[in-house]
Design a protein around this ligand. Structure first.
Ligand SMILES: N[C@@H](CCC(=O)N[C@@H](CS)C(=O)NCC(=O)O)C(=O)O
Length: 202
């Protein structure tokens, strides 16, 4: 059974927890005590040299990037499928997964990390405003991709959608009002049992 190292407040680890639930994969979930800096210990750094969650250890095979972990879980537990079977659909999922990280995840972190974990006097308001504008521009692109569609790719819930869930959850905290097509898509995704079961407490 794979061991999954995570923290219940981690956005990136939440993606992996959602996939495990969607696919009903038996696993051993290990909470990394980040408040106690467990992710900086030599033992943990031997699993992930960047000192981050999530990490998966499948019988000694260790992976430490959430997108790689999601793709690995997909490969070893292909049912229910979270990627389309045709090459074009699969390529589109890969494209959206990458874009989610670089166009949304990076910027969302700039806003949400301070709002969740830092006192207001340590917020960088200028950087947060720049990040908000970048997210809004990205959501406007997603609005066009989603026009008349239920999901991002091939009209099926896929890793392309799943990967956004933890960030869509934080749109209200980021004070971002998405365009209607994005708002409806987000609501659809956040309604899934796997999303509801992994809501962070803060
Ligand atoms: N690109 C990584 C990002 C992982 C990440 O940033 N994890 C955060 C929690 S959401 C973390 O462990 N941060 C601790 C640190 O950077 O010290 C992934 O997709 O797995």
């Amino acid at each position: 059974m794979p061991k999954v190292y995570y923290h219940p407040r981690s956005t990136y680890a939440r993606r992996v927890m959602i996939s495990l639930l969607e696919k009903n994969i038996p696993h051993d979930a290990v909470v990394v005590d980040m408040a106690a800096k467990e992710h900086r210990t030599p033992e943990y750094l031997s699993k992930n040299p960047y000192g981050r969650v999530p990490v998966i250890d499948d019988g000694g095979f260790v992976l430490y990037e959430s997108t790689a972990i999601l793709n690995y879980l997909e490969a070893i537990h292909p049912t229910p499928a979270l990627v389309p079977s045709d090459p074009k659909g699969r390529a589109l999922v890969d494209m959206h997964m990458k874009l989610c990280d670089i166009q949304m995840g990076v910027h969302m972190g700039v806003i949400v990390f301070p709002k969740r974990f830092l006192k207001k006097d340590r917020w960088n308001l200028e950087a947060m405003a720049t990040a908000k504008a970048a997210i809004e521009a990205h959501l406007d692109i997603l609005r066009k991709v989603l026009a008349g569609k239920t999901y991002l790719v091939a009209e099926q819930f896929s890793l392309a959608d799943l990967i956004y869930i933890p960030f869509l959850h934080f749109l209200p905290l980021a004070e971002i009002d998405p365009p209607p097509a994005v708002r409806d898509w987000a609501a659809r995704l956040l309604e899934r049992d796997s999303a509801k079961q992994t809501v962070p407490d803060l």
